[in-house]
Design a protein around this ligand. Structure first.
Ligand code: SF4
Ligand code: SF4
Length: 87
């Protein structure tokens, strides 16, 4: 569904399993489309306003907010969550 967001299928899978939605606040126009389309109601717009990644255990990393943002504000950034767990 959001295949165009990622360079390859592998990149897509890695982002969805180990990524978090990260905003570039300087590009955000606070339109709220991201929050409106989040299937579980996370206020992504507020995260964009504050420049904070969506660190929310309820986030499905479904990519809906990333795909819907008309300004390209949101990206998946890889976290080292799983790497840390291996220690
Ligand atoms: S959809 Fe994009 S521009 Fe609109 S509030 Fe969300 S992050 Fe900002
Ligand atoms: S990735 Fe999906 S669940 Fe997570 S904040 Fe965006 S729309 Fe909501």
């Amino acid at each position: 569904m959001f295949r165009g967001l990622f360079r390859s299928e592998r990149a897509r899978r890695e982002a969805l399993t180990a990524g978090q939605v990260t905003p570039d606040p300087s590009r955000c126009v606070q339109c709220g489309i991201c929050s409106f389309n989040c299937p579980i109601g996370i206020d992504v717009r507020r995260h964009a306003w504050l420049g904070q990644p969506v660190v929310n255990s309820r986030c499905l990393t479904c990519g809906e907010c990333v795909a819907r943002c008309p300004r390209g504000v949101l990206t998946f950034e890889r976290t080292n969550l799983f790497a840390e767990r291996k220690k």
